[in-house]
Design a protein around this ligand. Structure first.
Ligand code: IMP
Ligand code: MG
Length: 372
């Protein structure tokens, strides 16, 4: 068996074998047969990608049911945005039926949303969703996916119906794109400084200028909180008190993020926050063959910080920025727990010290000058 294949200009490495796919399908079919055997079911294969999977899955369905194939097509002429899509190929009456959408892959869930919204117009009894592979990290919708063959990381795959620019569908196995980014070539920066020093602002400007990925653990956590995830609930309690999330949670978030996002490099904003995080982080960098170009240390006096934070709290509704006691507590924690990292970094990193009490653009210009 060939472990590597080339499709057009890219190299791919085997990740799910034909045998594994066949086992996954048997498992899915068993569940569907059990759940839906007494229902009036129409399977809907979504073209193009799912034609092989739909055929193999349908052969394992053991109760009387129908299958038809649909395609999501861009409106021609009517819309130039390409965002409006319509469902074509539906000749079957699906009113009051149990529909099972068969997808090869669900990524962001945009395609799925289009399909479900349009199918609802036909008044089916219910809509179930089955997919061979699912990328939980990329999924942005709330539709529950009833039958998932396998969860995979946020990497690009081909084979078994899935294509890269139209090619690769005929491969028996599923293959994952081999990363051609060498970690050694990435440019990574840490933005360091007290709360209110302007880390987020400067980090995002730096990321934009050099096409880097801005990682803010605070933002990631706030997103989790607004989505009310398990992590979000734990985090909310701790953040509202102005305290730190445990090293383990933060390190997991960072490791996960580094593996799933590749660009020219990263700007770490608000991380590491404790000496122990900094040490674990150094180990992680070594393992992943990454290095830090520079630690950008934003220096600012506490009075300026307090004024800034209260203003920011009002503008963005960040409760942790509004309350004077919480601000004081955060500054104390910073001085006690975070600031000592700089002494540790003096030994093994290139530190750039910046006067951060100036205007945004002036601070940014200092940074650029010193980096170059
Ligand atoms: P979504 O709308 O983001 O869920 O993406 C669904 C569509 O994007 C799929 O039907 C595929 O056509 C394509 N797609 C997403 N990820 C992959 C992949 O890893 N390989 C091949 N096609 C993919
Ligand atoms: Mg598809």
């Amino acid at each position: 068996m060939n472990n590597r294949v080339t499709v057009l200009d890219k190299e791919f490495e085997i990740s799910i074998t034909a045998k594994q796919i066949s086992d996954i399908i048997n498992g899915l079919a068993a569940r569907i047969n059990n759940d839906l055997k007494n229902k009036d079911v129409v399977f809907l294969g979504i073209l193009n990608g799912s034609f092989i999977f739909a055929a193999d899955l349908f052969r394992k369905i053991n109760f009387p049911s129908k299958i038809t194939f649909l395609k999501l097509a861009s409106y021609d002429g009517l819309s130039s945005s390409g965002k409006i899509k319509r469902l074509i190929g539906l000749n079957e009456s699906i009113k009051d039926k149990t529909l099972v959408i068969i997808e090869d892959i669900i990524d962001s869930g945009n395609t799925l949303e289009h399909i479900i919204m349009q199918l609802r117009g036909y008044e089916p009894k219910e809509i179930k969703i089955a997919t061979l592979v699912f990328k939980p990290m990329a999924y942005k919708k709330d539709f529950k996916i009833d039958y998932i063959g396998m969860e995979i990381p946020n990497d690009f795959i081909v084979g078994y119906g899935l294509d890269y620019d139209g090619y690769g569908r005929n491969l028996e196995n599923i293959y994952t794109l081999v990363d051609d980014v060498n970690n050694k070539d990435l440019k990574n920066f840490i933005i360091f400084g007290s709360p209110g020093a302007g880390k987020g602002t400067q980090a995002s400007k730096l990321a934009e200028k050099y096409n880097l990925i801005h990682i803010s653990t605070g933002d990631i956590l706030r997103q989790e909180i607004s989505k009310n995830t398990k992590l979000g609930k734990i985090a909310k309690n701790i953040i509202d008190k102005g305290e730190f999330i445990s090293d383990e949670i933060i390190i997991d978030i960072i490791a996960d993020f580094l593996d799933k996002n590749k660009k020219n490099g990263f700007v770490f904003d608000g991380f590491p926050r404790t000496l122990s995080q900094a040490k674990i982080f150094d180990k992680m960098l070594k393992e992943k063959n990454l290095k830090i170009e520079a630690v950008i240390d934003l220096n600012i006096d506490e009075e300026t910080v307090k004024k800034r934070m209260i203003r920011r709290g009002k503008i963005y509704g960040r409760i942790d920025d509004l309350d004077e006691n919480t601000i004081k507590h955060r500054l104390d924690i910073y001085n006690e727990i975070t600031k000592p990292i700089i002494n540790y970094y003096k030994k093994n990193k290139n530190i750039i010290t910046i006067n951060a009490s100036k205007k945004i653009d002036e601070v940014f210009n200092q940074i650029i000058k010193k980096i170059n």
